[in-house]
Design a protein around this ligand. Structure first.
Ligand code: ATP
Ligand code: MG
Length: 409
């Protein structure tokens, strides 16, 4: 891709109302655009990053045996009445009437819709387990949408739902999904994700689990052990920072700010009971299936990556989710020979071919954050300057070496 063709270009200044780093950097870099509070367009650069995040999550979900679907976002009131959530979730749900006075909501989650699906198609224990997921928009009337793309009123979620014949089978899969989540977050580039116990909500007395990325820019507060895997969120933590770990007793509870990137919920039979979902078990008896749900926010992950890896100067993407593999810059000469050869072998390259100063090109490449920068100038001649932005190491290479290295990425 030629940078001269890319829509839109970088901006020198962040919008005045941008309170968070991800908002400033993603808007300046041309990754996202704000329509109104909590409502964002993913521009080509931002969309590429989110697609890479989505591809990683999809692979890991499929590896657990889950199947991808796409469910509607416009829901009739009746379905929400079956669990009582039309009333109890009123604050978060966008509810409205159409021109014929029928009532609807925009989806803020899909438990009711999945249960309705399962009710129509589930007959016997032989149909279980069921594991389905989708990537789609969620709408939530968030009272506070000030953290850039971390908190949208309309945002992308991957939500997975699983249905089982008993509690044991539900928990077996629940822990498999926990591992798949940790693998996903690791591949996306987060080095230290805490699996944090949280309150079960009104539907279960068991814990749910949040996946929290430690970051000063986060809205959440978590406590974790400096020795073992134990962690709890602020809502359920009973002690205070510095106290000894309630699990291993050896470590200390550390307090930290964090961003929730995922959450998994063992929901039990509550939904099946409310919605009249049954199956015939092996013993011939009619039973309620066990239900769990699992969410990840790919658009929040876009912002979280910036909170973790960005500075006021710009971004530095992990290789796995960088919008392009390399950023090629020409200075007072042509780099077309490099651009064309890289393209020919299928390397995703952003070529800043504009007629602007070297300083401007470097500043923009620091802002956009592609981890490898190639420079072709009068000084490099037939050769190419290769710089890894994380180590700042610079090497001078021939085109064959550049291709060889990038092909292995
Ligand atoms: P929070 O506590 O941050 O409001 P939540 O617990 O209500 O989030 P869940 O219902 O657990 O969110 O949603 C699953 C995932 O969807 C979250 O872990 C997060 O990654 C993402 N998510 C939730 N709310 C938003 C939002 N308003 N904007 C962007 N992503 C969100
Ligand atoms: Mg949550």
């Amino acid at each position: 891709m030629r940078y001269s063709d890319l829509f839109p270009k970088t901006r020198r200044n962040a919008p005045k109302e941008a309170e968070s780093l991800n908002h400033r950097i993603l808007v300046r870099g041309g990754f996202i655009d704000q329509l109104m509070s909590g409502s964002w367009t993913l521009l080509p650069l931002g969309f590429k990053v989110v697609q890479k995040v989505v591809d990683i999550i999809r692979e890991e979900m499929n590896a657990t045996g889950a199947q991808e679907v796409l469910m509607p976002l416009l829901h009739p009131k009746e379905i929400w009445n079956q669990t009582g959530r039309w009333e109890t979730a009123r604050d978060v749900m966008y509810q409205f009437k159409d021109s014929r006075d029928r009532e609807y909501a925009l989806s803020f989650t899909h438990e009711e819709v999945v249960m309705d699906l399962v009710r129509k198609h589930l007959r016997s224990y032989k149909d279980l387990p069921i594991k389905i997921y989708h990537f789609s928009t969620k709408f939530r009337n968030e009272p506070r949408a000030r953290s850039g793309i971390l908190r949208g009123r309309e945002f992308l979620m991957k939500d997975l739902y699983s249905v089982h014949s008993n509690e044991e089978d539900m928990y077996k899969y629940y822990w498999e999904v926990k591992d798949a989540y940790l693998r996903s977050f690791g591949r996306i580039g987060f080095k230290d994700v805490k699996v944090v116990e949280a309150a079960g909500g009104v539907f279960t007395d068991k814990h749910t689990h949040e996946f929290q990325v430690l970051s000063e820019g986060g809205e959440d507060v978590v406590y974790y052990c400096d020795r073992c895997d134990w962690a709890q969120n602020k809502e359920i933590f009973q002690d205070k920072a510095g106290d000894s770990c309630p699990s291993c007793k050896k470590g200390k509870a550390v307090e930290a700010r964090s961003i929730e990137v995922g959450n998994i919920f063992p929901l039990g039979v509550w939904y099946a009971e409310k919605m009249g979902v049954y199956f015939i078990d092996e013993d011939g008896r009619q039973k309620l299936p066990w239900f769990a749900s699992y969410g990840i926010g790919p658009s929040r992950i876009l912002g979280t990556l910036v909170e973790v890896y960005g500075t006021e100067k710009g971004m530095l993407w992990p290789d796995s989710v960088s919008p392009f593999t390399v950023h090629l810059i020409n200075i007072n000469t042509d780099a077309l020979f490099v651009y064309e050869q890289l393209q020919k072998v299928g390397i995703d390259v952003l070529y800043d071919d504009r007629d602007v100063s070297a300083g401007e090109k470097f500043a923009d490449s620091d802002l956009i954050g592609i981890p490898i920068r190639l420079v072709v100038s009068k000084e490099t001649g037939e050769k190419i300057e290769w710089k890894r932005r994380d180590t700042e190491e610079i090497e001078i290479l021939g085109i064959e070496d550049v291709i060889e290295r990038l092909k292995n990425k």
